[in-house]
Design a protein around this ligand. Structure first.
Ligand SMILES: Nc1ncnc2c1ncn2[C@@H]1O[C@H](COP(=O)(O)OP(=O)(O)OP(=O)(O)O)[C@@H](O)[C@H]1O
Ligand SMILES: [Mg+2]
Length: 498
């Protein structure tokens, strides 16, 4: 008996192409009930595609899917649900106008085509589903009003209510803080106890080592490594993913002698969020900002870009005072902002890759008569595709045809193309694989060497240490400490954070 026949769920020798491009070649993976299995691989290696094949979204060109003993060569999304396959996608597919209770309870009615039930039943079903995964929350709140972490828990409750036996979580932790991740992990623990098989996708290697007991690594659509997690180290996982050793040494460029200040913030306050923040960023300097959940770090980053209200204080760019609370004013003075949530904030999803690449700096590509030069546009776009190694066969394809991590690069390129004086990167490598992460840090380094200044907001301490000249820690809306180059060590920074 082969391993996949013992396992409760498996994909065998799956092949899947899009157009002429192979996304999966001969991929097999098997997962047992009660197992938490990691599916790892670089951006574009085929993880999401495999999930879509196993959940009936994409039909494979060839190969077999086995679900609880049934062998299937064709699988509709509906059959997948009936066999207990559930996927938690990045956008969670929740309905913002409906309450928490309705979001959890109603899909089950729809799938089973039963009559709509009373409000009371809806609430009961939702409460039971939440209790099963050990989560408490107000079920009457509209989903549009709650945090990402809570939406995720609701999506999980909904999946369990739909009878999940095999649950795929495609990068569930990218938008979560450490505390929220702990909570998610305890929910995964509950599912495990109840015999649910979980397939977990994440680019954070420490996370997958913490939660998963087995792993399958994809590279270019092929399985390159698999087995029990304890046979792997973080180094061997990175190496399997990228095919090479990934360096994590410091690469921050030497700071220029010139003390020219590009950004100066004086006593910035936003009621109940942050207070008395004063920061200076020099020409070519990379300043890191970190802090825990609710520290105010993201709000501060948004406020500097005019996206979060400021009550008092001043901001100067290259010595000129800028108008507060206005993103157009921030943009015009040379501040760029890359948001962490690329899927909802950073991209025009229905547009082509090329269009997205040149979206921000569009005015600078206008020709004398005010029309866009198509040639110029594609020239610039293609340069970015090469520079940032965006993996695509055709830049005219919609940006949604790119893998998640490649979409993230498009957002970054779009802002770099504007050549701002100061770039605020909020979670610059969220959802990006280890190899590409290093590449993105190299790009930041190269830009900084040419004089671009950076504010890097991140909770990824190793990343901040690799790239920053200084790191500020925010606690309770205030700068609690500043760490200079010689103090940038993991132990020191983690100590200040806890
Ligand atoms: N609908 C589609 N049309 C065309 N190509 C696609 C489509 N979906 C995926 N691809 C291509 O298939 C390959 C695998 O993509 P996939 O989304 O599975 O990668 P991934 O491993 O999930 O990456 P990431 O970590 O960036 O999310 C990529 O080259 C991608 O561009
Ligand atoms: Mg993906």
């Amino acid at each position: 008996m082969t391993k996949s026949q013992i396992a409760n769920f498996s994909a065998e020798r799956i092949v899947k192409s899009f157009g002429g491009a192979r996304a999966l070649s001969d991929v097999s993976m098997s997962v047992a009930s009660g197992e938490v299995h990691c599916l790892a691989g670089e951006n574009g290696s085929g993880k999401s595609t495999l999930i879509k094949v196993m959940s009936g979204v994409h039909a494979p060109d060839s190969g077999v899917i086995r679900l609880s003993g049934k062998e299937l060569t064709e699988l509709s999304p509906r059959e997948a649900v009936q066999e207990g396959v559930q996927v938690i996608f990045q956008d969670f597919s929740l309905l913002p106008n409906l309450s928490v209770a309705e979001n959890i309870a109603l899909p089950n009615r729809i799938v089973n085509q039963t009559r709509l039930v009373s409000k009371r039943d809806t609430k009961r079903i939702a409460s039971e589903a939440l209790a099963l995964i050990g989560v408490e929350m107000d079920i009457d709140t509209p989903v549009g009003e709650i945090s990402i972490a809570q939406k995720q828990l609701i999506a999980i409750a909904r999946a369990t209510n739909l009878g999940a036996k095999l649950l795929f979580m495609d990068e569930p932790t990218t938008a979560l803080t450490r505390k929220e991740i702990n909570r998610l992990f305890s929910v995964v623990g509950q599912l495990k106890k109840r015999g649910v098989a979980t397939v977990f996708v994440s680019h954070k290697i420490d996370e997958i080592q913490e939660i998963c007991s087995t792993i399958t690594v994809l590279r270019n659509g092929e399985v390159v490594a698999e087995g029990p997690m304890k046979k792997f180290t973080s180094k061997s996982i990175s190496k399997a993913m990228t095919g090479q050793d990934v360096s994590t040494t410091r690469i921050a460029p030497k700071l220029k002698r010139s003390k020219k200040i590009v950004l100066e913030i004086k006593n910035l306050c936003s009621k109940h969020t942050f207070e008395d923040i004063s920061i200076k960023v020099a020409f070519g300097e990379i300043l890191g900002i970190t802090g825990l959940l609710g520290s105010g770090r993201t709000e501060l980053a948004e406020a500097i870009f005019g996206k979060y209200p400021i009550d008092s204080g001043e901001i100067y760019v290259e010595g000129k005072k800028i108008q507060l609370n206005s993103s157009p004013a921030a943009l015009a003075s040379g501040i760029g902002y890359v948001p962490p949530d690329r899927l909802t904030q950073g991209l025009f999803l229905e547009q082509s890759i090329l269009r997205n690449l040149v979206a921000v700096g569009i005015d600078s590509y206008r020709t004398g008569v005010g029309t866009l030069s198509q040639r110029r546009l594609s020239g610039v776009g293609e340069k970015w595709i090469t520079d940032l190694r965006i993996k695509t066969k055709n830049p005219y394809n919609p940006v949604t045809s790119l893998s998640g991590g490649n979409q993230q690069r498009v957002v970054l390129a779009k802002w770099l193309a504007m050549d701002p004086h100061l770039m605020i990167l909020n979670g610059p490598t969220v959802g990006v694989d280890v190899g590409s992460k290093r590449e993105i840090l190299e790009i930041i380094k190269e830009r900084a060497t040419k004089g671009m200044s950076f504010l890097v907001v991140s909770d990824d301490i190793p990343e901040l240490i690799q790239i920053c000249h200084r790191v500020l820690v925010i606690k309770n809306g205030r700068i609690s400490k500043e760490f200079g180059e010689s103090q940038l060590k993991e132990s020191i920074l983690y100590k200040e954070l806890n």
